[in-house]
Design a protein around this ligand. Sequence first.
Ligand code: CAA
Length: 282
Amino acid sequence: MEIKTFGVIGAGQMGNGIAQVAAMSGLEVIMNDIKTEFVEKGVSAINKILSRGVEKGRMTEDEKNTVLGRIKTSVDLGDMAPADFVVEAATENEPIKYQIFKDLDATCRPEVILATNTSSIPIGRIAARTGRPGKVIGMHFMNPVPVMKLVEVIRGIATSDETFNTTWALSEKFGKTPAEASDFPGFIANRILLPMINEAVYCLYHGVGKREDIDTVMKLGMNHPMGPLALADLIGLDTCLAIMETLYDGFKDSKYRPCPLLRKYVEAGWLGRKTGRGFYEY
Ligand code: CAA
């Protein structure tokens, strides 16, 4: 089946980035969120990134308008009925994702692939909420989506080869390089990245170094583009904590225990860039 119409659930930093790359690759996009103000914010974020592209001479004003014209917004999951492929990029909360997959399963045609951008929730667990587990797959984009080249493609235990091959090819159509991971907690990316970020938070908690020093060590000593604490602020501390909890629960291994300081920041509502304060102030 040719994919012409692409659905995205969630218009936040991941969802709007995914909608942008899909529209730039020529697909008609339906971007859905629960409130009109959320989808409007998503469109305005895409507009800002595309306008920067125009300023930098990467695209013309006409091309920008064509891309924006391909993105329709929605606040009703029922609007996903015409979609040929859907990616869910809602908040990293299991009950919310389960409900979305149940609703998508009822709305979308039976042959439509339902992908999730989850950073760590098991694909098989999400797939089991639908009547089409062979058509459920992980399609994990990295933040910021328009810049990062990777898509981690995760097979659930029931994911069919056809679903896998279609998702792999779609990632390439988006100009990304896919990598295959199995359905274990955190997959590959967050199994490796998040314990490093968590350890950086422990360094802060134990007073091993100040935030700037911890980040400078990793930036200049290991050539990372940004330090782990600044990266945690970019990802969102609530998401970082949710991923650590998934690793800890999934493996029952104390090496994945979330740092108490990370939890304290999340409880205080210091979630990083999106709330204006995390390990840094914005
Ligand atoms: N959206 C779109 N484009 C963006 C952007 C955003 N949010 N942020 C930066 N950019 C673009 C800028 O416009 C700029 O492009 P031009 O030079 O062509 O204008 C380019 O990226 C570089 O930006 P800057 O010069 O401002 O800053 P930088 O060189 O430090 O790059 C960065 C910024 C790309 C974010 C870089 O610091 C980086 O790669 N950081 C690491 C990001 C990372 O590790 N992401 C993975 C997070 S983990 C994840 O996503 C998975 C998960 O499940 C948690």
